[in-house]
Design a protein around this ligand. Structure first.
Ligand code: ADP
Length: 248
């Protein structure tokens, strides 16, 4: 579905990504974890083609740079961290997700898809509200709605559960998982919350200083790896088939 080979990005002299390779299959959720500054956002921006990384990215077997911008947007939906405060309405923000699909203006089909996505994400009642009037949880749902309206095969989500309380985090992750499995899309999600990753990840990439320190299933969430990457002592507790990470 998506494959990255030896990605490298530097900001001036500073190397932010240093030879990152991985691949992801259809219907999988990959969590990218690591401390601040380890390169998670840079990796996502590279995959979204917001940044031009050295190395190769393949989407469905084709080099990412062979796609036109619109063609790529049909394949890959990118949800950056909250930052844009906007006076757009929820409906218009989600309709913008359809932009790669229409030539001059939105058609009936685009409106139909927007309405369907708003319904799936339970945003119908908020369609005419402005983005800057939404709570953190609502705003996150709108950003996902916009990415889904794009009908991509791959979703890139940068810290989607930041600023959500625990209740909204759980609701959000469950919803996301259901959509990903149902629509058979893949998702790459950055987080610094190890327990979210341990709960929902099919696969995990653990970053340290721009490199992949470890990758695999949740079995890589060991006390040793976490100490090496985050510099903190934790207990990794197995409970009912789940893994819980507690600072010591
Ligand atoms: P993370 O998302 O894991 O916190 P980032 O990808 O944001 O990490 O950053 C990786 C490294 O690149 C950090 O050292 C950060 O300071 C640096 N960096 C990120 N963005 C820029 C930028 N626009 N200009 C210069 N340095 C940057």
């Amino acid at each position: 579905m998506i494959e990255a080979k030896e990605l490298r990005v530097s900001y001036g002299k500073r190397r932010a990504l240093d030879g990152v390779s991985f691949s992801l299959r259809e219907g999988e959720m990959l969590f990218v974890i690591g401390p601040n500054g380890s390169g998670k956002t840079t990796l996502l921006k590279s995959l979204a083609r917001v940044l031009r990384a050295e190395g190769a990215i393949y989407v469905d077997g084709k080099s990412a740079f062979e796609f036109s911008r619109d063609e790529y947007a049909k394949m890959v939906g990118y949800v950056p961290q909250r930052g844009e405060i906007s006076h757009l309405t929820v409906f218009d923000a989600v309709l913008l997700g359809r932009k790669p699909h229409f030539k001059w203006r939105a058609e009936k089909e685009d409106f139909r898809i927007v309405e369907k996505v708003l319904e799936i994400l339970n945003l119908n009642g908020l369609a005419t509200k402005k983005l800057n009037e939404l709570s953190g949880g609502e705003f996150q749902r709108v950003m996902i709605a916009r990415a889904l309206a794009q009908q991509p095969k791959i979703l890139l989500l940068d810290e989607p559960t930041n600023n959500l309380d625990i209740n909204n985090q759980v609701a959000f992750m469950k919803l996301l998982k259901r959509i990903i499995k149902k629509e058979k899309i893949s998702a790459i999600i950055t987080t610094h919350d190890l327990n979210i990753a341990s709960n929902y990840a099919d696969r995990i990439v653990m970053m340290k200083s721009g490199k992949i320190y470890a990758s695999g299933g949740i079995e890589i969430l060991t006390e040793e790896n976490i100490k090496a990457v985050y510099g903190v002592e934790v207990d990794v507790i197995k409970l009912n088939g789940k893994v819980i990470i507690l600072p010591k």
